[in-house]
Design a protein around this ligand. Sequence first.
Ligand SMILES: Cc1cc2nc3c(=O)[nH]c(=O)nc-3n(C[C@H](O)[C@H](O)[C@H](O)COP(=O)(O)O)c2cc1C
Length: 367
Amino acid sequence: MRIGSHELASPLFLSPLAGYTNLPMRLTLRELGGLGWATTDLVNARSLIERNPMALKLVATSPADRPLSIQLFGSVPEEMRDAAVICQELGVQGVDINMGCPVKKVTKIGGGSAMMTELAGTARLVRGMVDAVKIPVTAKMRLGWDDDNLTAPDLARALEDAGVAAVFVHGRTRAQGFAGTVNLAGIRSVVQAVKAIPVIGNGDVTTPAGARHMLEVTGCAGVSVGRGAFYDPWIFRRTEALLRTGAEPPEPDFTERIRVLRRHFSLYVDFYGEERGARYFRKVAPWYAKRFGPAKPFKQDILGILSRADFEAVVARFLEWRRQFCDESGELLPKYQPAPLTPSFLRTGADGPTEGIRVPKGPVEVW
Ligand SMILES: Cc1cc2nc3c(=O)[nH]c(=O)nc-3n(C[C@H](O)[C@H](O)[C@H](O)COP(=O)(O)O)c2cc1C
């Protein structure tokens, strides 16, 4: 599949997750393979224009971090245009516009999902960006404001006419927040509404089979994974293999999970410095722990790390403590295995235990 003139190695995308999809996370995922295209956390267009240090940190990238799109939010056409030009100057492969964010700070200034309710104005803003840059401009949206206003098909069509190269659709409405089931029929209606541009489906994909199901049922050209990449950083590689060969590779073993946890931590420290990197990693490690089986002391201890040495000591203590739940070969006894991660749109009453896909607590809980 293509975004503009870029031929992608796989139809699999990383969804922006503010506070997480930073350079260290993207590099960790890219090293594991299968990821076709990644997007930064959302960045305020005005902050980028003002060269705000936090905005610059959000757009930081490296040669291994390709292809990459910067996601902008804002509602002032001139600012969005100028910020898009800055993105191009930074050398990234695309600019993405946030039209799906339901957070008040974003919608109250007319950005995020407020854009979905104002078709003509949004199309004008987008055209201004498209005309100002050579790199592809894409848009990320929800299905609409609420069930009575499923504007995504009309918006996608209007944006295609305004020149966007692709649209990403999270199959929920703004009113839904993160509750309920991802609406695959809703994503399909967006696929059917556009003429030629790729539509990338998104929402609750936590397994390779879930990604394939979304592709088959909606007809979307690609799938974007957000939280699923936390639970399973190997999801892109495993999904790419499933799509290519028809066989789903097994989930990685515990040793590999710990190796990648360490790699992710190390990239955090390289990027943010030792103490800050360790502090920030406190909210990343619990995602890995979700697939570790019993891990309560690990999740508690990690909240105190301030250095590489602290991190390594916590991991070492955890490896020792975890032995009580394992057989002689070091594998977790079946009764301690974590529950399967069935995507919402594949769950049935007969599924047995499933773990809901969690939205992290904190200021972003309303995403
Ligand atoms: C913590 C968090 C942060 C998010 N940040 C962004 C963001 O910066 N921009 C955006 O367009 N969507 C953001 N989203 C929405 C995700 O990109 C994605 O659309 C949504 O989580 C559904 O996909 P998933 O089930 O694969 O995670 C965020 C979601 C979460 C949970």
